[in-house]
Design a protein around this ligand. Structure first.
Ligand SMILES: [Zn+2]
Length: 233
């Protein structure tokens, strides 16, 4: 019983400390700070993505340039064959010409693709520049906000430290196993301990069966089946 009272006293101060910590977290400056951080992270991701796309373009351009070189030497070979071994019949002339035209078409297609890649990578470069500028500006406002937030939270932090110390002093009187239970419940619901009032759990107002009531009255550790809080008398 005494243990439960010690826990109850500790909870009162512990919850006050949490309220201060939450107020610090909910500060508008902190929220702006988090937004600025998310913005920077997003721009960094975008930058990396553009960079990957540019790398892929450069690789593709290399491959196409090699293909152009191959088609060009093929074309040269055809021309040389025309000189050294001129076609003898109209069919041979036709066949050779169609081979030449196929080769030229291929080169033209490749060159068009290279031009497209060059255009795209130029626009990617510009985009990357914009993203970098945006990230740099966001970093500036992030730093400003951070300084502001640190200044603002300094006094609140002192208050929080004081309240945490108050809670810690009471915590020492609580049985470690009970404290562990308290912390486990607190991960799901806070405050984790509720009083029994008029046969109900005061945390969720559920009426408790008489068997449970007598266990509580006998000083057993009972958790509410509805809200999960520890119920004490
Ligand atoms: Zn309950």
């Amino acid at each position: 019983m005494e243990q439960f009272e010690a826990l109850w006293a500790f909870q009162a101060e512990d919850i006050k400390a949490d309220a201060i910590a939450n107020a610090i977290k909910r500060s508008p400056t902190r929220q702006k700070l988090e937004k600025a951080r998310d913005f920077i992270l997003d721009r960094q991701k975008q930058y990396k993505q553009i960079e990957n796309e540019i790398t892929a373009m450069v690789d593709r351009k290399d491959i196409i340039e090699q293909a152009v070189a191959r088609s060009s030497s093929q074309l040269e070979a055809l021309k040389a064959r025309f000189v050294s071994n001129p076609p003898q019949s109209p069919e041979e002339v036709k066949a050779l010409l169609s081979e030449v035209s196929r080769c030229r078409d291929t080169i033209r297609q490749y060159e068009a693709e290279i031009a497209r890649i060059v255009r795209e990578s130029t626009s990617h470069d510009k985009q990357q520049h914009v993203v970098r500028m945006e990230a740099a500006n966001a970093k500036k406002s992030f730093d400003q906000l951070k300084a502001e937030y640190e200044k603002e939270s300094q006094s609140r932090k002192a208050e929080l430290d004081e309240q945490r110390a108050k809670a810690r002093a009471l915590q020492d009187a609580v049985d470690p196993a009970l404290l562990e239970e308290y912390n486990t419940i607190k991960r799901h619901i806070s405050p984790p301990v509720a009083r029994l009032t008029h046969g109900q759990c005061s945390g969720c107002n559920t009426s408790l069966p008489s068997a449970v009531l007598s266990r509580i009255k006998n000083g057993a550790l009972v958790e509410c089946e509805t809200c999960g809080r520890m119920i004490i008398q």
